[in-house]
Ligand binder design. Structure first.
Ligand code: HEC
Ligand code: HEC
Length: 152
């Protein structure tokens, strides 16, 4: 009988824990659109300005595609046009004082050297991205290889 009782108390306790956890989840978890019901239009997110800086971003690890230190919203990239190349392809990069695209970008996927940028590198923003100072959507503990090297 005593055993039964403690089992029951245990079960009630568990249920209580589950209930309070459920209630907490309800108040703390929200979708990105906030508390606005799906049937209503939520206000547009605040526009963030792309960060520009003179000089380059430090890479977080050696193989990282360097991040873009200037705005890119006006530069078109489609099947025919790639405005990035107007400054980053040789010889234009010399006059524009822009870094030339990496030599690796002139090799196709079979390692054959080409005289123009490889099609696999055509859509630059697939790998290179501008930066925005924004609150992280999900907390994370990412550390650059440099920081890790320093602290551990
Ligand atoms: C009008 C010329 C111009 C255009 C167009 C342009 N860039 Fe740049 N970009 C520059 C210059 C100049 C720098 C160097 C900035 C510095 O060192 O201060 C730079 C820097 C960069 C870097 C940093 C390289 C590094 O080693 O850190 C990347 C990546 C980059 N641009 C990518 C792009 C991409 C992708 C596009 C197209 C969406 C683009 N750029 C269009 C002029 C341009
Ligand atoms: C598939 C991913 C990818 C694509 C697509 C790509 N890049 Fe890169 N890029 C990289 C990586 C990785 C590096 C650094 C390693 C290296 O040098 O290859 C780099 C390096 C660079 C650099 C720095 C070169 C230096 O010597 O410091 C510039 C500038 C650059 N890319 C511009 C561009 C432009 C412009 C385009 C579009 C025409 C482009 N990249 C497309 C991955 C990519």
């Amino acid at each position: 009988m005593y055993k039964m009782l403690s089992l029951m108390v245990g079960a009630v306790g568990l249920a209580l824990v589950a209930l309070t956890a459920g209630a907490q989840a309800q108040t703390e978890l929200q979708s990105l659109r906030g508390a606005v019901p799906v049937t209503e239009t939520s206000p547009p997110p605040e526009l963030q300005r792309q960060e520009t800086r003179s000089g380059r971003f430090r890479r977080a690890y050696r193989q990282q595609p360097p991040m873009i230190p200037h705005k890119v919203d006006k530069y078109e990239i489609d099947l025919k046009v790639n405005e990035c190349m107007r400054c980053h392809d040789w010889p234009f990069n010399v006059e524009e004082h822009a870094p030339k695209i990496s030599e690796t970008h002139y090799f196709d996927r079979n390692g054959v050297a080409l005289d123009r940028v490889a099609t696999s590198r055509w859509f630059c923003t697939q790998c290179h991205v501008p930066q925005i100072k924004a609150r992280e959507l999900v907390p994370n503990e990412f550390k650059s290889a440099i920081e890790v090297g320093r602290t551990e």
